[in-house]
Design a protein around this ligand. Structure first.
Ligand code: ATP
Length: 360
């Protein structure tokens, strides 16, 4: 594909600090894209509390149409528990977005930053997590819940693992390894205890092995992984696993790296992907101009890398690298927001990232 085909991105500001960090992120994105000669069209759309108050929905049809029309989205955090649970108009929007747009893979890179006082200083790992099934009651069935109580004192939890979901996820994982230059992929499982479901999951990777010869993959039991990873973190750079294990391992890695403060994430499907910081809406500092936009900037770099993964559009990769280096440079120079011990505002931090992008 042409190096400079236009990339269309929807920007959904969200709640709490969402508007501040999305504004900072789009400024950085524009600067990096301009430097990398990547034409980017940004389109704003409403999500969360603002449309809920005005239109009685957290995700208006106009937003869904804008999302469908774009390659990917930058999405600010949205309030978690505040929306009425019985609201027919979608309530909390994240689950609906994930299901509606079939975002089947969750990407969680974790990196130790000295400012976060990490337990492991050189930790760097990416956890790829299957996002649509597994033990999660909200993801198992077309209707109803995957947890049951046949008697008051007996509870059953149903895990669904399908060959189709495993196949698309395994392919995504191999392609991700290739696009990011990782040579080794650890498939983390518990086949000894769950032979049928884990067998389907592992089988999907084995079936693709010959198509991705440049990536060697190893099977690692979750218990082996959990005990060896903190002692020998350099051994694993890229991990692919099922939903619940991925949830736990990515947070374990974040804990060892000093917390989720700077943690980016991407939810990806075949047609769309969503850049979203791991942290929440931070209502205690909303509107004060001191929110740290780094996690959302890094998430947006992941989005550009995902577009590169699909289209081999080199300018996307270049712009992503500029954003990541810019964040690194701003933090290394000490231009940091109060959560990292500095006194820079959201805007000042974004300016530092932008000036680093321009100088690169
Ligand atoms: P939610 O209910 O939306 O998850 P929360 O306050 O429970 O919100 P977070 O939003 O993750 O959870 O916030 C936890 C703490 O971390 C808060 O003190 C918040 O101010 C801080 N925090 C979170 N994100 C940021 C950020 N981007 N910049 C600065 N501080 C942040």
């Amino acid at each position: 594909m042409a190096r400079n085909k236009r990339v269309k991105i929807a920007v959904l500001a969200g709640d709490g600090i969402g508007p501040e960090i999305t504004a900072a992120t789009t400024r950085v994105l524009r600067a990096a894209a301009s430097k990398a000669r990547l034409p980017v069209a940004l389109r704003s759309a409403l999500i969360g509390w603002v449309p809920y108050k005005r239109l009685k929905t957290t995700l208006p049809d106009a937003t869904l149409a804008a999302m469908r029309d774009c390659d990917g989205w930058i999405v600010g955090p949205t309030y978690a528990g505040e929306y009425p649970k019985d609201d027919p108009y979608r309530g909390h929007p994240n689950g609906f977005i994930r299901r509606n747009f079939k975002l089947f893979a969750n990407v969680r890179p974790v990196e130790a930053w000295p400012q976060l006082d990490p337990l492991i200083e050189d930790l760097r790992i990416t956890v790829l997590r299957e996002n649509t099934e597994g033990f999660y009651p909200d993801r198992n069935l077309a209707w109803g819940y995957g947890e049951f109580k046949p008697r008051e004192d007996v509870a059953l939890s149903l895990r669904v693992i399908t060959a189709e979901a495993c196949r698309r996820f395994a392919q995504f994982a191999f392609e991700y390894a290739e696009a990011t230059g990782e040579r080794r992929l650890a498939v983390v499982h518990k086949r000894t205890a769950l032979p049928q479901t884990e067998g389907v999951f592992i089988g999907a990777f084995e079936a693709l092995r010959s198509r991705f010869r440049r990536v060697s993959f190893e099977l690692v039991r979750i218990d082996t992984f959990s005990s060896s990873f903190p002692r020998d973190p350099g051994r694993y750079r890229l991990v692919a696993t099922t939903n619940l294990f991925g949830d736990i391992l990515s947070d374990q890695a974040s804990g060892l790296a000093g917390g989720v403060g700077l943690a980016p994430s991407l939810n990806a499907g075949h047609d769309h992907a969503m850049a979203q910081a791991v942290h929440g809406t931070a209502p205690d500092i909303a509107g004060k101009g001191k929110a740290n936009p780094a996690a959302l900037i890094l998430s947006t770099a992941l989005l550009l890398r995902w577009i590169y993964q699909r289209r081999r559009n080199q300018a996307c990769k270049d712009a992503a690298a500029l954003m990541e280096q810019g964040v690194r440079a701003a933090i290394a120079a000490g231009t940091v927001t109060p959560d990292l011990g500095g006194d820079a505002s959201t805007t000042a931090f974004a300016n530092a990232v932008i000036s680093s992008c321009k100088k690169a």
